[in-house]
Design a protein around this ligand. Sequence first.
Ligand code: FES
Ligand code: FES
Length: 169
Amino acid sequence: MEQGKGFVVERHIVAAKINGDEIQFSCFSGQTLLDVLRSELYMTGTKNGCGSGDCGACTIVLNGRPVNACLVLGVELEGARIETIEGMAQDNQLHPLQQKFLDYAALQCGICTPGILTMAKAFLEKNPNPTEREVRYGLAGNLCRCTGYDKIVRAVLDAAAEMRSEKSE
Ligand code: FES
Ligand code: FES
């Protein structure tokens, strides 16, 4: 509990699984998941682009579905499963999407990149063999002010092809 200006601000203790780890954190009633990740847990990979649900920079996966972390409250997360960009590379090995983003130079400032990678991964899990148009629709909620999208779309399509061939080996 903390004393604010003339009122008491209560912190809540929340237990959730983040990138496979059981984690407990404390947060205020009005604190968003985005703020919890960045300010309480120091997981700054998830970016704050707009803070109002418009840009997709803060995309994380909550209980299997991609959502904007700036629109979710930390106190809603008791027992939730959360995946963030920090969990994407495994055993020091970049995810194929991350590698293709590097290969295609599909980023510039990088603010949109964690959200786009997270959304693209969730999208490819549902649709492993998408058309270019489907990729563009799938990523339509993730805005990039730098790249013009073309390299991003090529990187996602190439990663999808690589992931399909890895599966069939
Ligand atoms: Fe959440 Fe823009 S920061 S949608
Ligand atoms: Fe800058 Fe996408 S690389 S916003």
